[in-house]
Design a protein around this ligand. Sequence first.
Ligand SMILES: [Zn+2]
Length: 145
Amino acid sequence: MPVTVSWLFRRVGASGSHPMSGEFFGEFSWELYWLVAGVLFGAATGSFSAVVLERLPQRRSLGGRSTCVCGRQLAAWENLPVAGWVAAGGRARCCGASIPVWYLMFEVVAAASWGLAGWLWGGLGVAAAAASTLAGVFTVAVARR
Ligand SMILES: [Zn+2]
């Protein structure tokens, strides 16, 4: 089945219509699909938003890998949303600087609310959560420049 807009924005509750339903996953659950998709995208966007909120007001580029306060470039796993913070115990490996807890909270809240939106309203919910989160983050970041 081609990925069309109607496929992407399919309403929650329509089960068993996925091309792989019945064969690999049993009854395909769109609620679960969009819940997981929302959580993953929310965590990633929460992580990206933290970068935007920190760098834009300082007129720094959004590109490039994150560095620790001591200047060391962070490893890829340390940039992982939520898991990176938890694995590091909220402290930088190199210099022991504490990583602000609002990073973690931002990622967790975004993951939870996007996941909830995906669960309740499917792809449209995730898209709405994405639009409102990013609009809010950029508005705040640009206003603080
Ligand atoms: Zn460091």
